[in-house]
Design a protein around this ligand. Structure first.
Ligand code: FAD
Ligand code: SF4
Length: 469
């Protein structure tokens, strides 16, 4: 297709078609469709290649966005796929679930009135379509060395690390305690945001590149860290953060109060046919559900409850809409699907005898910013009210879960339990044990897929320097 420099004036921003609400609230399937070739080219062609691509800087992996948009506009799909993989291990996944409004698309010059380029949807299109047409990452010039690295965790950080290692001829063996790769991509994020077949395709691609997965193996239980240290030249830790954050108010132990992740994982296991014990499943059918929290996890709990057939889903969040931490797109999707939002409400007590009957909340106003720059919610005296509920899901996020073997391996953590592995240092993301590197949520705390991918890739570069490969 010939480049049309005025495409941005002639063609409005378009997103792939969404499945209608009455249909999608009964399905655990992705709600967004795919661009066809022509629409992808048109949407990519809206990019004006502004001299200073803010989108690239705001993208945590610094994708060469204008360059691959141009390739898509010109119809060079395979080249676009190769370039997209030069900076990102999971482009089709980031394209689906990055909060683009806060990242690349939020920084797009066209966001100023004309509508940002639909960067995420084009990124997803590139890999999905190229892989369907037979493209695979070109690793034909890899010269294998005799070095081998153990990667603990097959989440985005571990996959990012393994990608860079094999591309540089270092054998990467990825261990995970779960039976499938992906970490939270598989056992956390619901299929209406990311279908699990996408992660399975990524597994095939990575195995094709030479990555070896040893799944269902927990390090520290099935294999000791000492064994890994004896067998491998270096180890990368990408084990995530899994300590559930409690609210610290009365009533959290009542029947009918649930942690977010076990609820989501039990649902995913049922959808995937991996359920071991039907009693693990938490059924919201016919229930009045209150979800506490305002981030991605809370949105996923809201929308999973809707799909399970909850009678009513209320999401109570202690700040306002503008200060929600998650993706604006997913908030909008939740609202469309019938979730009721109560902003500026802070829980003070879950009420009930043995089973939850309601939740007492107090209205808040936003005060001075905290250390992260977000305005602190302050309770307004005398504003208590009770929201009736049969189930409460607490989605306040996660803290790191340091392993008991950290001490014996001289791995130090900070006051918050995060592994100390500095981005800047002699070797990037090296822990206090020189042969062990770490990245992703266990280093930075609960964050995003794309930041975990970035840190895994950067840590692998640190390992290559350390091993002098
Ligand atoms: P993880 O994905 O947690 O992977 C860690 C892996 O390590 C796991 O597979 C685990 O089994 C394995 N492991 C741990 N210990 C061991 C051991 N001892 N032996 C073997 N294996 C071990 N981010 C977004 O960008 N967009 C979203 O829409 C989004 N939605 C989210 C929704 C939910 C419900 C949650 C919980 C998170 C969401 N996130 C989202 C955040 C994102 O999923 C994480 O930031 C990202 O997955 C972190 O990657 P990671 O590789 O550091 O850790
Ligand atoms: Fe945007 Fe995320 Fe893709 Fe970067 S990885 S271009 S932030 S969707």
């Amino acid at each position: 297709m010939a480049t049309n420099h005025l495409q941005f004036l002639e063609t409005p921003r378009q997103d792939p078609k969404k499945v209608e609400v009455p249909v999608r609230i009964h399905e655990f399937a992705e709600i967004y469709g795919q661009f066809d070739k022509e629409t992808a080219a048109q949407q990519a062609g809206r990019c004006i290649s502004c001299g200073n691509p803010y989108c690239e800087w705001k993208c945590p992996v610094h994708n060469y966005i204008p360059n691959w948009l141009k390739l898509v506009n010109e119809g060079n799909l395979f080249e676009a796929a190769e370039l997209s993989h030069a900076t990102n291990t999971l482009p089709e996944i980031c394209g689906r679930i990055c909060p683009q409004d806060r990242l690349c698309e939020g920084a797009c010059t066209m966001n100023d009135g004309l509508g940002a380029i639909s960067i995420g949807s084009v990124e997803k299109y590139i890999t999905d379509e190229a892989v369907k047409q037979g493209w695979r990452p070109d690793v034909s010039d890899v010269v294998w060395t005799d070095r081998k690295v153990a990667v603990i965790g097959a989440g985005p950080a571990g996959l990012g690390a393994a990608d860079i290692l094999v591309r540089n001829g270092v054998q990467a063996v990825v261990f995970d305690k779960y039976p499938r790769i992906g970490g939270l991509l598989t056992f956390g994020i619901p299929p209406f945001k990311l279908e699990k077949s996408v992660v399975e395709t990524r597994r095939e691609i990575m195995e094709g590149m030479g990555v070896e997965f040893r799944l269902g193996v927990e390090i520290g239980r099935d294999v000791t860290m000492a064994d890994l240290m004896a067998e491998y030249d270096a180890v990368f830790l990408g084990m995530g953060t899994y300590t559930y954050m409690k609210g610290g108010f009365p009533g959290e132990d009542l029947d009918g109060v649930h942690e977010a992740l076990p609820f989501l994982v039990a649902n995913i296991n049922r959808v995937l046919g991996l359920e071991k014990n039907p009693r693990d499943y938490i059924d919201m059918k016919g229930e009045r559900v209150v979800v506490l929290g305002g981030g991605d996890t809370a949105m996923d709990c809201n929308r999973t409850s809707i799909r399970q057939g909850a009678k009513k889903v209320v999401c109570a969040y202690r700040r306002d809409e503008d200060n929600m931490p998650g993706s604006a797109r997913e908030f909008q999707n939740a609202r469309e699907e019938g979730v009721e939002f109560m902003f500026n409400r802070q829980p003070v007590e879950i009420i009930g005898d043995t089973h939850v009957e309601g939740i007492k909340v107090v209205t808040t106003k936003l005060g001075a910013p905290d250390e992260r720059g977000r305005r602190r919610p302050e309770p307004v005296p005398g504003t208590e009210e009770v929201i009736e509920a049969d189930r409460v899901i607490i989605a306040f996020g996660f803290r790191p879960n340091p392993q008991e073997w950290f001490d014996s391996q001289a791995i130090e953590i900070d006051d918050g339990g995060r592994v100390i592995a500095p981005e800047q240092g002699r070797f990037k993301y090296q822990t206090t044990n020189p042969r062990i590197f770490a990245g992703g949520d266990m280093v930075r705390g609960s964050d995003l897929v794309v930041t975990a991918v970035f840190e895994g890739r950067e840590a692998a570069k640190g390992i290559l320097d350390y091993l002098e490969v």
